[in-house]
Ligand binder design. Structure first.
Ligand SMILES: [Fe+2]
Ligand SMILES: [Fe+2]
Length: 163
């Protein structure tokens, strides 16, 4: 029989997944900010880079609460999403549609994060990890706000320019 695994193990595994993902996002956001032509979108990416650095720190605090080393686990999902974003940057470079493409790539990242943080928060509640719940929720709220902001930027100008 396979070794018994618990929700604790799943929580730790998923924490490592999102820790890896967040650190990849820290590396990617400056490239997206550089590529964006709209000043508003550029500023949005720069602001979210700062927030994302905070997300990495919050995760490190949770590893500490669990008395585990902060370690990432390769997340193929985020690598795929980032790769798609890179293709858009290459293929639409210098075109009016580039910013719309950047917004769509960024929203795919945010939705991945929202899915992960939503799950982790629920599990932390079930495991009685109340400090972790607070930290996960703080990040989740910033991801949701970022996603909304991206939708607003897209509606306000990016999509109009691309049309
Ligand atoms: Fe994040
Ligand atoms: Fe994010």
């Amino acid at each position: 029989m396979a070794t018994e695994k618990t929700l604790n193990d799943l929580f730790l595994d998923t924490l490592k997944d999102i820790y890896y993902a967040e650190r990849q996002i820290v590396k990617t956001l400056p490239k997206m900010a550089k590529a964006a032509s709209s000043a508003e979108l550029k500023a949005g990416f720069e602001k979210h880079l700062e927030e994302t650095e905070g997300h990495v720190e919050r995760l490190e605090q949770i590893f500490e609460l669990l008395d585990k080393p902060a370690r990432g686990k390769t997340c193929d999902a985020i690598l795929g999403i980032i790769e798609e974003g890179k293709s858009i940057m290459d293929e639409f470079k210098g075109t009016a549609a580039l910013d719309a493409g950047l917004v769509s790539a960024a929203q795919a990242v945010e939705h991945y994060e929202i899915a992960r943080y939503g799950t982790l928060k629920t599990w932390a509640q079930q495991l009685g990890l109340s400090e972790a719940v607070t930290l996960l929720d703080a990040t989740l709220q910033e991801e949701v706000a970022t996603d909304k902001k991206l939708s607003q930027v897209a509606m306000a100008n990016v999509n109009l320019k691309a049309a």
